[in-house]
Ligand binder design. Structure first.
Ligand code: AMP
Length: 554
């Protein structure tokens, strides 16, 4: 049985390492150390999660609850805990400071030794608590755990409770660590993970059955597989040159759903493979009435169509996907329709290794036409262009050009699915703030807060954050530049003198309450640091408004 202290010491060790190879080795030896029945907990804990993302279980511990538990354990007021978090910028260190000092006075718990299984089963208990009195009961359970933990355990217990471990172990490191620990090729671990979406199962299989076992991992209903993703295409002619004939579909402006049907049981997963079944009863109903198959896994896009039959804003769909209460009322307000474009499993058999055109044939056989996305197979650039223009005219994003002979490759962004959409402009925005990074990036500013200008008042209005498109080397360089511009630092948040302009690309401008410009950027990416531009050359709020209204002819 592995103690929670061992886990916490491993986390502490990893936190001090910057080389990912070294991190991998430490994780590998930890995986070698834990018992077989602890592998699934160990693989999740080390990445900072408690339950699989696709399970319906949620820990439901927010910072408020955590602070209350730390306050109760330490007999300090919540206000003091909040101060400690501000001072240290980390709930773990704050918990340690609060609880360790206090525990010098009473050590009746010190005989107890927590195991990782103990911690997990307490977390399970916490996740199962609902209704009246559940907050207090959750706090009591956390208090028990804190009471039984040593200082190093306190740090990682607090972080795990809010699922923010911040030690920098991501999917890549864990994949390589499983390969190293159990002496199997990393590609097979990767393949297993894409199909099973469960590192615990992959690690267990690697340990017990080696490479042959990993090869046998297959698609099953009830466990979502990673989604196949699309690359940005260079253009219609280039796609035709690559694929000769192309399967063209609208690129719907909606949200991805993976649907599992097991007899009467229908389960829906979001793009992040979270279980969203209870939020989307209308989609469940469509599947129940329009899919004729005993077991199936379907892939598609849910779209919210307004009264004008045009897609509603992306945020409206997100409201549906996140809704836990008043689901029926929200469903009436934002009705969803389904556009299925793939079939990954049918009546006991995985279909991911047969070509798209065959999967499509079966999809059409089992589904009512009303829920299947239109598809045209063509070799004609002119025909593709017509479909592209129709999609845009209907308010959708563009088209997807798919290779009809391609297999379904879970989790891969490859050349077999190309997306074609109008190119958006870039914006030149002033950097007004930042946030220290996590994991490997703790010593760098990991994300930058951007703002546009109001030329009349000279005020700056925030519009989003950018963290993508920046290499580690660049981050280091930028951190050095911004060091001289710090105005204020509170925990991980930093405010900068507005001097540096970033050229930022993005996929879309959205209305948003989160930033004071009233807009936000979807998928922002740093293109260039415009050292040739000053604050006064940055783009204005008017330009943002213009671009917003240009989108999809709004
Ligand atoms: P992107 O999010 O820009 O990388 O584009 C890929 C996303 O487009 C997918 O994850 C789907 O959510 C969405 N999508 C819309 N229509 C289709 C389609 N016909 N085939 C595949 N994906 C689609």
């Amino acid at each position: 049985m592995t103690s929670f202290e061992t886990f916490a010491e491993v986390c502490k060790k990893i936190k001090g390492i910057s080389s990912s190879l070294e991190m991998t080795t430490v994780v590998a030896s930890f995986l070698n150390e834990v018992d077989d029945n602890e592998l699934d907990i160990a693989t999740r804990f080390i990445m900072g999660s408690v339950f699989p993302v696709w399970s319906e279980k949620e820990l439901g511990v927010g910072t408020g609850l955590l602070y209350a538990a730390i306050a109760k354990t330490s007999s300090l007021p919540v206000r003091r805990i909040e101060e400690l978090v501000k001072e240290t910028g980390d709930v773990g260190t704050a918990a340690e400071k609060a609880i360790t000092n206090r525990k010098a006075n009473f050590n009746f718990f010190s005989e107890e030794k927590l195991s990782i299984l103990d911690v997990f089963s307490r977390f399970q208990k916490i996740a199962g608590l609902e209704g009246k009195g559940s907050q207090d009961a959750k706090i009591k359970n956390l208090q028990y755990l804190f009471g039984a933990s040593k200082p190093v355990e306190t740090v990682y217990l607090a972080r795990l409770a809010v699922e923010e471990l911040r030690i920098g172990v991501g999917e890549g490191i864990l994949r390589n660590a499983i390969a190293e620990a159990f002496n199997v090729p990393a590609e097979l671990v990767e393949r297993g993970y894409m199909i099973a979406n469960d590192f615990g199962l992959v690690a267990y299989t690697a340990k017990k059955e080696g490479a042959p076992g990993l090869l046998e991992l297959s698609v099953v209903t009830g466990r979502p597989l990673k989604l196949m993703l699309a690359q940005v295409g260079d253009g219609i002619d280039e796609a035709l040159a690559e694929m000769s004939s192309v399967a063209v579909e609208w690129k719907f402006d909606g949200a991805r759903v993976q649907i599992h049907k097991e007899g009467n049981k229908i389960t829906l997963y979001s793009r992040r493979l979270e279980n969203v079944t209870s939020s989307l009863p209308d989609i469940v109903k469509s599947v129940r009435t329009c899919v004729k198959a005993d077991t199936a896994i379907l892939d598609g896009e849910a779209v919210a169509l307004g009264k004008d039959k045009r897609p509603m804003a992306f945020q409206e769909i997100l409201r549906r996907f996140r809704r836990k209460y008043d689901v029926t009322a929200t469903a009436l307000e934002i009705p969803l329709s389904l556009n299925l474009f793939d079939l990954l499993y049918l009546n006991g058999e995985s279909l991911i290794d047969i070509p798209l055109f065959e999967r499509r044939k079966k999809l059409e056989e089992i589904c009512d036409k009303s829920i299947v996305a239109g598809q045209t197979i063509t070799e004609s650039a002119a025909q593709i262009d017509v479909i592209y223009k129709e999609a845009l005219a209907a308010g959708h994003e563009g088209v997807m050009l798919k290779n009809p002979r391609s297999l379904y490759t879970p989790g891969k962004r490859g050349k077999n699915w190309l997306k074609l959409k109008p190119i958006m402009d870039t914006l030149d925005l002033v950097v007004v703030g930042g946030e220290w990074g996590e994991g490997r990036r703790t010593s760098f500013i990991g994300s930058y807060l951007l703002a546009c200008r109001d030329p009349y008042t000279d005020r700056l209005h925030s519009i989003g954050r950018v963290a993508t498109g920046i290499t580690d080397e660049k981050l280091e360089e930028l951190t050095a530049v911004f060091k001289d511009l710090v105005l204020l630092e509170t925990g991980v948040h930093v405010e900068f003198e507005p001097k540096i302009v970033f050229e930022v690309a993005f996929e879309e401008i959205q209305k948003s309450q989160n930033y004071d410009s009233g807009y936000a950027l979807r998928f922002p990416r740093l293109v260039n640091v415009r050292s040739d531009k000053s604050l006064y050359d940055a783009d204005t709020i008017e330009k943002v408004e213009q671009l917003y209204s240009k989108q999809k002819g709004k």
